[in-house]
Design a protein around this ligand. Structure first.
Ligand SMILES: [Zn+2]
Length: 67
């Protein structure tokens, strides 16, 4: 049991580390194309939004809302 918990802790730490790297990469990628990263899409909740020219755009469902 303790070994299973330790294995899960290792996997969780790895996943959190990867998520931090990806979050930094995605934010940098957004900046490269002139956007910034917004909050989670309120319509599909399946992606973060891009913020550009005063509106938020969801790359998953295509929803666009003014800020
Ligand atoms: Zn969406």
């Amino acid at each position: 049991m303790a070994a299973q918990v330790a294995a899960l802790e290792n996997r969780l730490e790895g996943a959190e580390y990867q998520q931090r790297l990806l979050r930094t990469t995605v934010a940098g990628l957004a900046r490269e194309v002139g956007c910034s990263l917004g909050c989670q899409c309120s319509r599909c909740e399946g992606s973060y939004t891009f913020v550009k020219d005063g509106s938020m755009y969801c790359p998953r469902c295509g929803d666009r809302e003014p800020l």
